[in-house]
Each structure stands twice: as C-alpha cells, then as structure tokens.
Design a protein around this ligand. Structure first.
Ligand code: FCB
Length: 391
C-alpha cells in the first residue's frame, strides 16, 4: 500500500549548533559543562567548517528542508556586542542551503546560552526576555530573506526541567520556584519575539515554537485517566496554551511514551527500546498530533528519532512513525513536514558522543561521514513524498 503525503510536505532532518558545530568557546556548556556529564563538545562534528559538504549530502539524500540552530554565544559573544564575522558565517550557511533549494527552519535558542548570560542567571533573570528579543531582532535584520521558519525556543519545558529540577543540565539546580520562573520567562521571551517579528514582517514571517510532548497513556481505570490529566496539562499543554495566540505553527518533538498506572509509571511496556533505553512507540505520535488539533495551527514534526548505533531499528521506526503521521493527516491534522533527529551523529548533552542518532554516521577519529542504510531508506520517502507499507 502506498501512503501519499500532502503536497509540498517538508522532508528533512534537524541538528543544533552546539551539538554539531564545534568551536563554541563562549557557550556555557563549553566553559562550564555539567558535572557527571560528558562534555564539553569541543570540535563536535566540525560542521562549522564542513557545512557545505554536509549540505551536499542532505541534498543527495533528497531532503528538501533543514532545521538547525544559531549559537547565540557566537553572535553575541559579550553582552550587547555582535560579532560581524559570525554573522557572516551564518549568512553563508543559510545561503548554502538556499542555493541547494532547501527550506530553512532556524531555532534561535537550543539549550545553550552565552556564558555572559549564564553568569547573570540565564532565563531565571527577568532581563533575559529583553536580551533574547534583542538577539532575535538582530538575526531578523540580517537574515529575514533567508529564513523560511523561525523557531524561537527548543523544548522549553525540557530545558527548564533538566536545568532547574533534575540537576542534569546547566545550571544543575533543583528549585521549583526558579523552575516555574524560567518556564514563564520562556513564555514571555517567545511572545516578545513573536510580537516584534510581526511588527517587522507582518504576516509574511512565520514564527513558531518547538515543543517536546510526551504521550501519557492512561491504563483503563478511571483513576488513571484522571491522574494522566495533570502531567498532560503541565508538560504538553501549559506552554502552548499560553502562546497559542503568538505562533504561526507548532513544532512537535516526539520521543516518549509513558503509561500511567497508579501509583507509578510503566515504562518500556512493549520492550522495544533504543540504545538510550527509550521505548520505541511509534503510535504515540498519532495521539499527540490529534491532541494538537485544539490549537488549529499547522504542525511540523521538528524532531523524532532514536539512538541506534547498529541501525537495527531505525528503518522500522521511521516507517512506523510516518505511517502514524500519515494516519493523522488523513484524519484532518494539518501536518506539513517531518524532520528526523538527527542528520548526523552528534553530542547528546549529558550523554556525550556515545548515543548515535544520525542518519549519517560520524567517525569521530577522522570526522568522516557515512550515511547509514536507513538514510537511503528515508531518502526514497523524501524523493517520492510517499511511503510504501505492507498491508
Ligand atoms: C531532544 C533535543 C535534541 C536531542 C534529542 C535527542 O530533546 O532537542 O537536542 O538531544 O532530544
């Protein structure tokens, strides 16, 4: 059976600056990496110097869109000072994509901060809203004709949770008050950039958020159904409810499914897991897409993927996820694109270079790139805008 995707569907993959570029000397993760993590990223994949051949490769793999991020610390190395050389660098990156006919989705904040901002409290400092807006305005002035989709903040709830509750990521705190303050400042930062871009660019400019949602599945009984409501509201809906009038599209990142059975969670029920031990549950994306219907916005799947060094499950997982995405489109959900995470292996935050999420394998001793078999499988889907499934 052939599953045809909507016309003009975007097919791509995603990266983030700190995870692939290398040389992010003024970012907080580089200067002061989390204790017990595996940082800093150092040279990473040296994508900073190799973006041209990397884009040749993604073009060859029939991708027509690319999501990546700009490193704030490179653009604004010291508070209020913008770096001309780095601004030109990202212009070359964007132009290289445009020359290859690739649509661009750019994330303005993907987890890392300039060290100067981290030192004054990052997003826990209310001034961060003004600073983030100033940085965004600068990028808008420079790149408005080169960026098709502006994604303000990557996974705000994850960023706040890992940094201010779980103590895993910077600034490695556990403080519920700071956590809530950061979430609310991220909301305000997003809204502020949205408003500004709309006054600059009117309706032409497309601004959205990248939101990580988890599929919380209740077991059959009533109590569990009731309990599921709380994490679902806080993790999946709170942020979106606050910004629903300040976004042109929703970016959905999907990785997790948890089944709730009082008094706890059942993880990995179906036993199929990635190298990170994350359950592989393709159906979850269907339910999350249906839940987004209430916002009535175009949806892009801005991340979805798995760590799979042996490339054993990747093809299966992509196929099954896309089967579910297609099903959602058939039921009227306006999904307009899919970005696999990630184009290439990269620095997986506190887990370092171990997990292998890439369609393209990186040999870190030579930095050689080698597409995995699943990259060619995905490339056929991208080329034909359709997926072949049995049954
Ligand atoms: C997401 C992040 C991305 C990557 C993947 C595996 O939460 O946005 O940077 O680490 O997980």
């Amino acid at each position: 059976m052939v599953l045809k995707f909507p016309d003009n569907f975007l097919w791509g993959s995603a990266t983030s600056a700190y995870q692939v570029e290398g040389g992010n000397k003024l970012s907080d993760w580089e200067i002061n990496p989390p204790k017990r993590g595996h940082g800093p990223a150092g040279l990473a994949c040296d994508h900073y110097n190799r973006f041209e051949p990397d884009f040749d490769l993604l073009k060859k793999l029939n991708q027509n869109a690319h999501r990546f991020s700009i490193e704030w610390a490179k653009i604004e190395p010291r508070q209020g000072e913008f770096d001309k050389i780095e601004i030109e660098h990202y212009r070359r990156v964007l132009s290289a994509l445009k020359q290859r006919g690739i649509k661009t989705m750019v994330t303005l904040h993907h987890f890392t901060l300039p060290q100067w901002l981290a030192e004054i409290g990052g997003f826990a400092n209310n001034k961060s809203i003004e600073y983030f807006t100033r940085y965004a305005a600068k990028l808008f002035g420079e790149y408005q004709d080169l960026i098709d989709f502006w994604a303000t903040i990557n996974e705000p709830m994850v960023f706040a949770g890992q940094g201010y509750l779980a103590k895993r990521w910077l600034p490695q705190k556990r403080n519920i008050f700071l956590y809530i303050r950061v979430v609310n400042n991220l909301i305000r930062a997003h809204q502020s950039v949205y408003r500004l871009f709309k006054t600059f660019g009117r309706d032409k400019v497309l601004v959205g958020i990248v939101k990580h949602n988890t599929y919380f599945e209740p077991s059959k009984n009533l109590l569990d159904r009731f309990i599921v409501g709380l994490p679902d509201w806080w993790q999946n809906r709170y942020f979106l409810n606050k910004i629903k009038n300040h976004c042109d599209f929703i970016g959905l990142n999907y990785y997790f499914h948890f089944k709730i059975k009082f008094p706890g969670l059942i993880r990995n029920e179906n036993k199929k897991v990635s190298d990170m031990g994350w359950e592989l549950y393709p159906e979850g994306i269907y339910y999350l897409l249906k839940e987004l219907k209430r916002y009535n916005k175009p949806v892009y799947i801005t991340e979805n993927g798995l760590a799979d060094a042996g490339d054993k499950n990747r093809e299966w997982y992509i196929r099954e996820v896309l089967r579910n995405v297609h099903w959602a489109t058939q039921e009227g959900i306006d999904v307009r694109g899919y970005f696999y995470w990630s184009l290439m292996d990269n620095f997986e935050w506190a887990d370092g270079f171990g997990p292998r999420f890439g369609l393209i394998e990186i040999d870190y001793s030579t930095l050689e790139r080698k597409p995995r078999p699943s990259a060619y499988f995905y490339s056929e889907i991208c080329k034909n805008n359709q997926l072949f499934v049995e049954g």
